[in-house]
Design a protein around this ligand. Structure first.
Ligand code: PLP
Length: 395
């Protein structure tokens, strides 16, 4: 099996699992209890908070709140901030956010908020000028993802934060950093980011644990109301093993960052170049260098993405198409549509996402096998004249 779908989820690092196991076996105490038996779990949570603090470059571990996933972190930030700023009814986000942000914004739009959705260009780069023109004194919140899950395009969140605070200091700035964590350096204390979300399963911790970072001066109400846990801002008995897991994964991701930026990028570029060279109907959906190092998104013209995925799966390769299967119809990706990707490539777009566990042999295998798959699939396409023209141009 060749796993090239690391933006969907990642495998748990063995070292992370090892660290977690004692807290699933013998160290099962409720970390909030008073007896000695609870000391190890309580200390383990403290350690994980410091590991995450250092990973994202936060000022203090007090700014770290453990959640169940990236989606929860986004909901907690958006709903929590808006609940504290009820007099402001204008919010801004982008057209290419993950559904956990986009659909939360749509929820507020239905509930009386005015929302501006900022567009991107054909390479997936945010229209910063449009964002500038939409920002107002009564903008309660701006949400911009650090890196896009489908294309890997990196947004200039540091610059955006500076701009927001220079024009409207009271506007809150939330960054969904789920796809940036472990792939590019992050140092939130040097930025004007107020709140930021990450998710453990995207960087080799298990599914079911995330983090919300919130600067100490940022007020928000809890999404989950109950006990005193997480300074009263996220109730629920602490999930000690998973918190330990995300802490360890953060530490490992931090030390693997150089490898990610150099070696994972080299393999990604090799895959990208190999496919573009060998497969006549392949086009890069974004070619900008300002992308996270593990992601490539390629449109295979005149072929259905789901068919490509099935054929890749037959040879043991896991990748992903941007489409979401909604109400029985295959909706093309909202990200690629916002970029204006031509319809001939929209339905046949495939995302390959690597990790520090991806090997050169795996990349070579895909580059070697893909041309035959595509020859077969294009031979079944009703667009034979267009494909012949593509082949002529590529030759
Ligand atoms: N944000 C981005 C950019 C993502 O890619 C994802 C997951 O794919 C999420 C948020 C949601 O994270 P989780 O699956 O942990 O809820």
């Amino acid at each position: 099996m060749i796993y090239l779908d690391n933006n969907a989820t990642t495998k748990v690092d063995e070292k992370v699992l090892e660290e977690m196991l004692p807290f699933l076996r013998e160290e099962y105490a409720n970390a909030s209890s008073m007896y000695d038996f609870a000391k190890k779990p309580a200390d383990a949570i403290k350690k994980a908070r410091v590991q995450v603090r250092d990973f994202i470059g936060a000022e203090s571990e007090k700014d770290i709140y453990f959640t169940s996933c990236g989606s929860e972190s986004a909901n907690m930030a958006i709903k929590g901030v808006l609940d504290c700023n009820k007099e402001k009814k204008h919010i801004i986000t982008t057209k290419v956010e993950h559904p956990c942000v986009l659909n939360t914004y749509k929820y507020f739009e239905k509930n009386g908020y005015e929302v501006d959705y900022i567009g991107v260009n054909s390479q997936g780069e945010l229209d910063f000028e449009e964002l500038k023109s939409k920002l107002r004194k009564d903008t309660a919140l701006v949400s911009v993802m650090w890196a896009n899950n489908e294309t890997g395009v990196i947004n200039p969140v540091e610059e955006i934060g500076e701009y927001i605070k220079s024009k409207s200091p009271e506007t809150r700035f939330f960054v969904d950093a789920v796809q940036a964590a472990g792939k590019i350096p992050m140092n939130v204390k040097d930025t004007k980011i107020d709140l930021l979300g990450i998710s453990g399963h995207k960087f080799h911790a298990p599914k079911g644990v995330g983090v919300l970072y919130a600067k100490s001066n940022v007020r928000f109400t809890p999404l989950i109301i109950g006990g005193h846990q997480e300074r009263g801002l996220r109730a629920g008995t602490e999930n000690v093993p998973y918190i330990v897991g995300i802490g360890k994964a953060a530490e490992l991701a931090q030390s693997a960052l150089d490898y990610e930026l150099k070696e994972v990028k080299r393999l990604r570029d090799k895959l990208e170049q190999g496919i573009l060279k060998n497969v006549f109907n392949a086009r890069l959906n974004t070619s900008i260098s300002n992308r996270v190092p593990n992601t490539v998104n390629i449109g295979f013209e005149y072929v259905e993405g789901e068919l490509i995925l099935l054929h890749l799966s037959d040879i043991g390769v896991c990748a992903s198409s941007g489409s979401a299967c909604t109400s029985g119809s295959l909706e093309p990706s909202h990200v690629l549509r916002a970029m204006g990707i031509p319809f001939t490539a929209l339905h046949g777009s495939i995302r390959f996402s690597l990790s520090r566990f991806t090997t050169e042999d795996e990349v070579d295998f895909v580059v070697d096998k893909l041309p035959a798959i595509m020859d077969k699939l294009t031979s079944l396409s009703p667009f034979q004249d267009e494909l012949a023209e593509l082949k002529r141009r590529k030759a």
